[in-house]
Design a protein around this ligand. Sequence first.
Ligand code: NDP
Length: 244
Amino acid sequence: MLVGDDPASHIYVRNKRRACDEVGFANFHIELPAETSQELLLARLAELNADPAVHGILVQLPLPRHIDEQAVLMAVSPAKDADGFHPLNQGALLQGAASLRPCTPRGVMALIDESGCPLKGRRAVVVGRSNIVGKPVALMLLERHATVTVCHSRTADLAAEVAGADVVVAAVGVAKLVQGGWIKPGAVVIDVGMNRDENGRLCGDVDFAAAVERAAWITPVPGGVGPMTIAMLLQNTLDAAWRR
Ligand code: NDP
């Protein structure tokens, strides 16, 4: 479901629909004008919740200001919560129970696994503590027995925290905040950030050109975590269908 005319949201939704087409998922694109009332949006969501042909629901964020985002996320059936943002699913993650997990963190874990880097007993540093990326990534790393440090805007010495990490996950939203010289040689670096550099080009939260000299594995921006988020959206939808 897409409400309003945020240009970036339109691009994200187009890419997600394209991915659905590629794997053969039916997708029921619902586009509503920016002035749509919360009541109407919730009514459309209730229809999707009840529709047996629908296994996964995604409400593209951000929503227009007059709509209470939390109320909308709460209204998505937890069993069809393809984004993994419903508090019940987030609570299940906290408890280590099976649930639909947020897509970007799931993609981050898949990338780390693909690198072959074992997590047990390793030091992982997550920069950022948002509910959609930083916190769930930290919980997933903890579940896999990493020793996890979560950094944020009030962390006293970010450089020192990052320097001790075998695995760095940067989810901040500040272009090139994590400097290459901070990276421990041989570390795995996952860059979630999507920013514009001084020339208007897409870049991550990590200074890639310098970090790539030290890291064993590092994800590029664009073309790293972004596509994994879409892949995990499809995976969550498939999981939801199998569960049903
Ligand atoms: P938020 O703005 O919700 O959170 C950012 C976090 O970074 C906060 O916890 C904040 O700390 C912390 N932070 C801000 N400045 C600093 C600093 N100078 N030093 C240390 N920590 C800092 O962002 P999101 O988690 O939603 O997104 C993060 C980035 O990831 C963005 O660039 C976003 O575009 C991108 N993103 C990419 C996705 C993809 O699919 N590729 C999906 C989702 C996000 P505090 O809590 O103290 O304010």
